[in-house]
Design a binder for this molecule. Structure first.
Ligand code: NAP
Length: 249
């Protein structure tokens, strides 16, 4: 680690808002130097870096579309030069382009697969080099309850999230012998910009399907990620941890 005061370096894709922001904040609080990746919203990313630095942490913001191989390569080169080797990767960036299958365009399908799944392939590949060298690493991917149960209107999104589960289990098998773990956190409905688009009626229908009777908070997902990133979770790999208030029971 170069210049991070003994902190492990964690890259959080889509770390500027919502669940990723809570994960970045939480990891910074548990002594990680955090890379806040974002796609477009520079002010959100910069404000988070300011918050982390104000509380004594270390963070940098880096704009990169994580579905683009050149931008991902450039991001990991910068992390290596500015901070040092990556120990923790959180594949969090994600989008929805919901539509019924018969109306779903090829573009809607491909864009969701690229941002939600190809991104994990690109970022994990880029981060593994450092982890293999260090013989220590944590790859944590944020899937969704939709990837476990399927969801009408989300064939593209559910496929991308189910794909993340198979991807993560394969990484776990390929790199377990190098002391690298790969796990998935599958949130249910969490209060973020992504879910604020749902109308009042949809919100009450969804809440009725959740065992705990409420939406989750981003910090509740971040707590699970922080645990999986820790030394305490060293014997857990290839798992899918649902943080969904019992929705997929
Ligand atoms: P959000 O509030 O919409 O935030 C999305 C984040 O991803 C933003 O930081 C955004 O950056 C970034 N992003 C989007 N496209 C990107 C790209 N191509 N490259 C890099 N960054 C990109 O979403 P969220 O609700 O926090 O969701 C985070 C993850 O949790 C997603 O994978 C989502 O599928 C999953 N999830 C969410 C829920 C939920 O209920 N909210 C439930 C299950 C799973 P900008 O700020 O620059 O746009």
């Amino acid at each position: 680690m170069t210049g991070t005061g003994g902190r492990r370096i964690a890259v959080v894709t889509g770390g500027s808002r919502g669940i990723g922001r809570a994960i970045a904040t939480r990891l910074a609080g548990s002594k990680h130097a955090v890379v806040v990746n974002y796609a477009a919203n520079m002010s959100a990313a910069d404000s988070l870096v300011d918050e982390i630095e104000a509380s004594g942490g270390i963070a940098i913001a880096h704009r990169a579309d994580v579905s683009d191989v050149d931008q991902v390569t450039a991001m990991f080169e910068r992390v290596s030069a500015d901070l040092g080797p990556v120990s923790v990767l959180v594949n969090n960036a994600g989008i929805t382009r919901d539509n019924l299958l018969m109306r779903m365009s090829v573009e809607e399908f491909d864009e969701v697969i690229a941002v939600n799944l190809r991104s994990a392939f690109l970022c994990t590949k880029a981060a593994l080099r450092d982890m293999i060298r260090a013989r220590w690493g944590r790859v944590i991917s944020i899937a969704s309850v939709a990837g476990v149960t399927g969801n009408a209107g989300q064939a593209n999104y559910a496929a991308s999230k189910a794909g993340l589960i198979g991807f993560s289990k394969s990484v776990a098998r390929e790199y377990g012998a190098r002391n690298i773990t790969a796990n998935v956190v599958a949130p249910g409905f969490i209060n973020t910009d992504m879910t604020s688009a749902l109308g009042e009626k949809a919100l009450s229908v969804v809440a009725g399907a959740i065992t705990l009777g409420r939406f989750g908070e981003a910090g509740e997902v971040a707590a699970a990620v922080d645990f999986l990133a820790s030394d305490d979770a060293g014997y857990i790999t290839g798992q899918v941890l649902s943080v969904d208030g019992g929705m997929a029971l």
